[in-house]
Design a protein around this ligand. Structure first.
Ligand code: AHN
Ligand code: ZN
Length: 335
């Protein structure tokens, strides 16, 4: 007993010294960190307001390119951005769909502080899909998708952010971009040869022909299907490879704000979405915040994806809030 203690005593002493040393060095680190990191609290994102903007889009009907509802909604979106004090650019283009249909397309851009060189772009697609080709009922496969979640949700969140920016501006310049003709990609029922690049026609066009010559932003955030009930957002692999810092920044902010139930710190599925072309053609790193549901057997994008049930009944303001508040807290902290 006595001998044993003789050996243990110095070890205990060393451990004690270690704890004290670690404790004191940790304290210094913490103090430095709090001195450096001044976190700005962003204005409160109003989820009811965002919800109303989502509904306003669906009230036009499905926003399928070449339809009257599409033209009307395009005018509405441009006028809303105008009303919220943005400098608005309309980019009209005839884009060729997978089946040869010419889509009368319109990208709509709202710029804040257009003179600033420090910029972040926020984007979403505003068109809706002409075919509910993932619907459990095959009779619906040629029916249009209402796109409350797939299209309108991201745009609704961005309209609310535009409204907030007009009230109180972040330090940097912001571009809000509504891409057209994202969702006219080759349908599931197509049986011919594979055709690449049939999705995201509006963002492909914009990336080749930016609304301003030499346009640049530090990074982009794409919102796609950000209003579903019980939605979860996993790290999308293309985003994580090409804009890792930004993915980390957004997911960390979400957790800091208490939205850890929505923003899951795990890898989801890789998707061909507008962010891919913003990066590969436009050379701007862009992350995709997109619903990923690892347990849904009908689609990894959730149960209503490309079905006739993608309607307002399945939109949850709490999801809009989690995404909208997170994005706002990120952009209001950029210098
Ligand atoms: C594909 O299905 C190839 N990409 C998903 C992009 C998408 C469709 N986002 C909304 N609808
Ligand atoms: Zn879609």
């Amino acid at each position: 007993m006595k001998i044993k203690n003789l050996f243990i005593a110095p070890v205990l002493l060393l451990m004690l010294v270690g704890v004290v040393a670690c404790g004191s060095s940790k304290k210094t680190d913490d103090t430095e960190a709090t001195e450096k990191k001044v976190v700005i609290k962003a204005p409160a994102f109003d989820a009811d307001s965002a919800y109303a903007y989502v509904k306003a889009q669906t009230d036009f009907g499905p926003r399928i390119p070449n339809s009257q509802a599409h033209r009307n909604c395009g005018d509405y979106l441009a006028s809303q951005l105008e009303k919220f004090g943005a400098k608005v650019y309309n980019q009209y283009a005839d884009l060729v769909a997978w089946d040869g249909t010419i889509l009368k397309s319109r990208n709509i851009i709202g710029a804040y502080k257009p003179e600033s060189k420090k910029r972040v772009m926020l984007c979403a697609h505003w068109d809706s899909r002409p075919y509910a080709d993932n619907d459990p009922n095959a009779d619906n496969h040629y029916e249009p998708v209402m796109g409350a979640n797939d299209g309108a949700s991201g745009v609704g969140v961005l309209l609310e952010i535009a409204r907030q920016i007009q009230i109180k501006s972040p330090e940097i310049g912001i571009d809000i971009i509504f891409f057209d003709s994202e969702d006219y990609g080759t349908p599931e029922f197509y049986v011919g040869l594979f055709k690449p690049h049939t999705w995201c026609l509006g963002s492909q066009y914009w990336a080749r022909n930016p609304h301003i010559q030499g346009y640049f932003a530090r990074y982009g955030i794409l919102l796609d299907m950000v209003g579903g009930k019980g939605a979860t957002f996993y790290r999308e692999p293309y985003s994580y490879r090409t804009a890792r810092k930004e993915v980390k920044k957004v997911w960390e902010k979400a957790h800091e704000l208490g939205y850890g139930n929505w923003f899951i710190n795990q890898e989801g599925a890789e998707v061909t979405d507008d962010h891919v072309y913003v990066h590969s053609i436009g050379r701007i790193p862009c992350i995709d915040i997109i619903n990923y549901d690892p347990n849904c057997e009908r689609s990894s994008f959730g149960p209503t994806w490309h079905t006739v049930n993608d309607t307002m009944e399945n939109i949850d303001p709490n999801t809009l809030k989690a995404v909208g508040q997170t994005v706002m807290d990120v952009i209001y902290n950029e210098k």
